[in-house]
Design a protein around this ligand. Structure first.
Ligand SMILES: C=C(O[C@@H]1C=C(C(=O)O)C=C[C@H]1O)C(=O)O
Length: 101
């Protein structure tokens, strides 16, 4: 019983560390998206890039096979992250445009 409780505590510690890494990686991903927004402004490219999103989808599909994960669920998570990166890009472009006025 004592061992089981200790194992539970240890696994939760591992999960906390993974969560911290995930949040760090989300912040990295979002910062890169912010940088991309500036490049898109210069290049006159739209925020949405369906072709790129399809490439990501294919990669994620293969990675899910490799790591034996449910693609639908992982793709939902990725969808949220991509939505977030587009929100940040829109904010970035709006704030740059409003500074121009
Ligand atoms: C970040 C980009 O902008 C958008 C967001 C994407 C993402 O979050 O991965 C991918 C394609 C674009 O729709 C990009 O073009 O690379």
């Amino acid at each position: 019983m004592k061992n089981l409780k200790e194992r539970l505590r240890n696994i939760r510690k591992e999960i906390d560390e993974i969560d911290e890494k995930l949040v760090y990686l989300i912040s990295k991903r979002t910062e890169y998206a912010r940088e991309i927004a500036h490049l898109k402004m210069e290049l006159n490219y739209p925020i949405n890039d369906e072709k790129r999103e399809m490439e990501i989808k294919e990669r994620i599909y293969k990675l899910c096979k490799k790591y034996n994960l449910d693609f639908e669920i992982v793709w939902n998570v990725m969808g949220i992250l991509m939505e977030y990166s587009k929100i940040v890009q829109r904010e970035e472009i709006n704030s740059k445009n409003s500074k121009k006025l």
